[in-house]
Design a protein around this ligand. Structure first.
Ligand code: ADP
Ligand code: MG
Length: 334
């Protein structure tokens, strides 16, 4: 892109202090980096595209924040600590009015996580941003999707559903008058990842995933990778007071909580043998987590139409009609 070097120098280079493990950052053909001894490198890439992941009237600061937070959240889900970031950006022409707030927001969030931009690529094309984040996790200790075992308790952090309600308001302006609409829109753009909390789960949780596609979708990834099923108590799903007020009832709030994506809360499993250790951790933690069910064996759920998850309310399996309506809502969401 013409003016590419100016853009790189002006917006991307020399914006952050240098980490000790970065020997060479932007400016050469490659960055040179050192992974500390005893750690594995955790790496994840996320791409956002104008028109697919954000609209043209979206605030560039929100776009940067949300895209980077989703990338940070992938590291959180493994219990890794953020270190290095690469960014590939395509734009139709150098748009400095857009880039300036985008970069300010990007570097503010990166600095909060001691995450250094170490390189990238800048090209002409439809507005697209792709981040590759790298971080460290103690050798062999990463929280993977495949570790859940029969009997483990299923937890989620925080509260679910706010992000989707916020998206509803963004897409349908008539909902802007509903209670807490503004708050929920903010939750959509500024959902927080649980990076510190996830690290405290190392050695305690048996599996973990970040809720980026919605609880139902994401829990199924754990169940598939771990070759198990789950019982999930819908009435135990944590939802915010604001979400209940927005919908006017807790049933709809909890149905949204089952499917809402881009929250970056964690869904994780705790083996009974680590339960006391976990309870002790939670007693001293600012982050709340709620037990929403239990891992069961693949043979434990008779009704195979429920696929991997059996939903219960007041300890009773929900009716087939309700199951169908949840499935319908799920299909509608996806
Ligand atoms: P090359 O032609 O070797 O790929 P570039 O001109 O693309 O080099 O990039 C020059 C330097 O600027 C490289 O070190 C690259 O990592 C960095 N860079 C380019 N674009 C970005 C970006 N969007 N974000 C961060 N660093 C970038
Ligand atoms: Mg290049």
């Amino acid at each position: 892109m013409s003016g590419e070097f100016n853009l790189i120098d002006k917006y991307f280079a020399a914006r952050q202090s240098n980490r000790d493990d970065v020997q060479l950052s932007l400016g050469d053909d490659c960055a040179l980096l050192t992974v500390p001894q005893g750690y594995q490198l955790a790496v994840s890439t996320d791409t956002v595209v104008l028109g697919t992941h954000f609209l043209s009237d979206a605030d560039p600061a929100d776009v940067a924040y949300k895209a980077l937070m989703s990338n940070i959240s992938d590291l959180a889900a493994m219990g890794a600590t953020p270190a290095w970031l690469s960014m590939a950006i395509s734009m139709p022409e150098p748009n400095e009015d857009w880039l300036a707030p985008f970069c300010d927001s990007l570097f503010a969030l990166a600095d909060e996580h001691n995450l250094q931009l170490i390189g990238g690529d800048t090209t002409k094309g439809p507005l697209t941003i792709s981040f590759t984040i790298q971080g460290f996790v103690p050798q062999g200790k990463a929280l993977m999707r495949s570790g859940a075992q029969v009997g483990d308790w299923i937890y989620v952090s925080g509260a679910l559903g706010d992000s989707h309600a916020g998206l509803e308001v963004i897409l349908d302006k008539s909902k802007a008058e509903k209670p807490f609409a503004k708050h929920l829109v903010r939750q959509h753009f500024r959902a927080q990842s649980r990076i510190d909390f996830a690290q405290s789960l190392l050695g305690i949780a048996s599996s973990c995933i970040d809720i980026s596609d919605g609880l139902i979708s994401d829990i199924k990834h754990i169940l598939k990778a771990s070759r198990v099923n789950a019982k999930v108590h819908i009435d135990k799903l944590p939802v915010s007071d604001e979400l209940i007020a927005f919908y006017g009832n807790s049933t709809q709030a909890r149905n949204t909580a089952l499917m809402s994506g881009e929250e970056y809360e964690l869904c994780f499993t705790i083996p009974q043998k680590h339960k006391a250790m976990f309870d002790e951790l939670m007693a001293g933690s600012d982050t709340k987590a709620h037990c929403i069910g239990q891992i069961v064996s693949r043979d434990d759920i008779e009704d195979t139409s429920a696929s991997f998850i059996q939903f219960l309310r007041n300890d009773t399996p929900i009716s087939n009609e309700e199951k169908a309506s949840i499935q319908q809502g799920f299909d509608h969401f996806n």
